[in-house]
Structures are given as structure tokens and as C-alpha cells.
Design a protein around this ligand. Structure first.
Ligand code: ADP
Ligand code: ADP
Length: 226
């Protein structure tokens, strides 16, 4: 199963006087193929939740399974897109996408067609041999989405992916992400400050309250899709 099961998962950073509860125990299930948006004010624990799911940061308590396995180390089958894409400036765009493959010790030749297909899907086919500094903010984020998907993870996690973009670019990115999702039907967890974006993109919107860690699904939106 490519789903996520979260049971009483919590996170405290630091110890003693310096301890910060970033996430009080929460429960949440994400079904395979679901596009879930997580919204909530800054500091409510959205990024922490994403880091716990990916195994980048260890949880303090609770049961967390991804693809049916308890998370105890970084989960390699996840694509991650952050707000500020870190691209390697000395590698061209295609090489940046393939970095994901190199890092995992996978066979480049096998993933090259996939990399090109994804660059096309995000509108960067003509920029494969350009360096990141030649790209606009939106294009950099497109490259990072292609990079996040190239190893064909069943799950894509996005943390404020369009947060640093201007409104017009953001709108276009939303439309493109929706099209990409329709083509791939990956499980997507999408963190955003924008309730509009959440409602327009997601099958389900999870709202995290300002009280640390109190999470409630306040609405389930069924969007008719072809
Ligand atoms: P956002 O609201 O956009 O998620 P934040 O300002 O909460 O961003 O956090 C930005 C980065 O700073 C995160 O990577 C987070 O781990 C780190 N960070 C936030 N608060 C603290 C803190 N109190 N101590 C150490 N690092 C922190
Ligand atoms: P959000 O993504 O919703 O803005 P975060 O998960 O970044 O929230 O942060 C939740 C809380 O945990 C905040 O109070 C933040 O300051 C704190 N925090 C985040 N990262 C760290 C960290 N590395 N060390 C200490 N506190 C942190």
C-alpha cells in the first residue's frame, strides 16, 4: 500500500528547558492516490509533520507507517519538494534531475527517458542543458518537481512549493501540478498557507489548528475528475 497511517504521532524538539512541542499527538490517514492538502498558520507543525513522514526527523511518539512499513529511517520512496528548491548550480537542469538517481545509486541510462519526459511535463524540455541560474523562480521550482518525481516514488510531499512565487506564476504552477497529478495519480501531500490553492487542488483538506498539533479534518472535498 502506498498509504500513510499516523497514530498518536508527536514531536518535541530539544530537551529540558529548551524543549519545544512542535506537534502534539495527531491521527491521520492518507489513502493511496489521494491528494491531501495540509493548511494551517505558521508554526502549527506542518513542516514537522512532513519531516516525520519522510523519516528525515525521528518522531518523539506514536505509530507511523508509510507504505505499510514503520518509519525508522529516511524513506527513499518519497519525492520531496521544498519552498526554496536547492539546485546544484554547476549542473545543468537535466543533471540536477538525474542527481536524484545518482544519489540513490540507480542506473542513469534507465531513468534518462523518464527525466526528459518529466522536463517536458513541467515545460522545461528546452532548458535541459541550461544552468539553474538561467532559470526564473517558477522554472527552478518546476525543475525541482521533476527531480522529486524522477525516481518514480509513489508519494510526493510538497512543503509550500509555490510559497516563494508571485501570484501569476503560482496560478500557472497550480494548473500544471493538477495536470501532472491527473497523469500520474501519485499520492500527494501538499502543505500550503493558501486555502484557495488547497481547495482547488486537493481531494481532501486537513486543517491544523494554531494550538500545536491539534489537527482536524474540517472538510472533505470531492472534486469530480475525469
Ligand atoms: P515555515 O513557517 O515556513 O515552515 P519556519 O519559520 O517555521 O518556516 O521554520 C523555518 C526553518 O527554521 C525550519 O526548517 C525549522 O526547522 C527551523 N526552525 C523553526 N523554528 C525553530 C526553532 N525554534 N529552533 C530551531 N530551528 C527552528
Ligand atoms: P509550520 O511548518 O506549520 O510553520 P513547523 O513544523 O516549522 O511549523 O514548526 C512547529 C513548531 O516547532 C514551531 O514552534 C517551530 O518554532 C518549532 N520548530 C520547528 N523546527 C524546529 C527545530 N528544528 N528545533 C526547535 N524547534 C523547532
Amino acid at each position: 500500500s502506498s498509504g500513510i497511517s499516523i497514530r498518536g504521532v508527536s514531536k518535541v524538539y530539544g530537551q529540558g528547558e529548551r524543549a519545544t512541542t512542535a506537534l502534539a499527538p495527531i491521527d491521520l490517514d492518507i489513502e493511496p492516490g489521494e491528494f491531501v492538502a495540509i493548511v494551517g498558520p505558521s508554526g502549527c507543525g506542518k513542516s514537522t509533520l512532513l519531516r516525520l513522514i519522510t523519516g528525515l526527523v525521528p518522531r518523539t511518539g506514536g505509530e507511523l507507517t508509510v507504505f505499510g512499513k514503520s518509519v525508522t529511517a529516511p524513506v527513499t520512496d518519497i519525492g520531496i519538494v521544498f519552498q526554496q528548491p536547492i539546485l546544484l548550480e554547476w549542473r545543468n537542469v537535466l543533471e540536477n534531475v538525474l542527481f536524484q538517481i545518482d544519489m540513490r545509486g540507480l542506473d542513469r541510462a534507465r531513468y534518462l527517458p523518464k527525466a526528459m519526459e518529466l522536463l517536458k511535463a513541467v515545460g522545461l524540455e528546452d532548458f535541459a542543458d541550461r544552468r539553474p541560474y538561467e532559470l526564473s523562480g517558477g522554472m527552478r521550482q518546476r525543475a525541482s518537481i521533476a527531480r522529486g518525481l524522477v525516481h518514480e516514488p509513489p508519494l510526493l510531499m510538497m512543503d509550500e512549493p509555490f510559497g516563494a512565487l508571485d501570484a501569476l506564476t503560482r496560478e500557472q504552477m497550480r494548473i500544471d501540478l493538477e495536470r501532472l497529478w491527473m497523469e500520474t495519480r501519485k499520492t500527494v501531500v501538499f502543505i500550503t498557507h493558501s486555502i484557495d490553492e488547497a481547495v482547488l487542488l486537493a481531494d481532501r483538506v486537513v486543517v491544523m489548528s494554531p494550538r500545536p498539533g491539534r489537527i482536524e479534518t474540517i472538510m472533505t472535498i470531492d472534486i469530480p475528475r475525469p
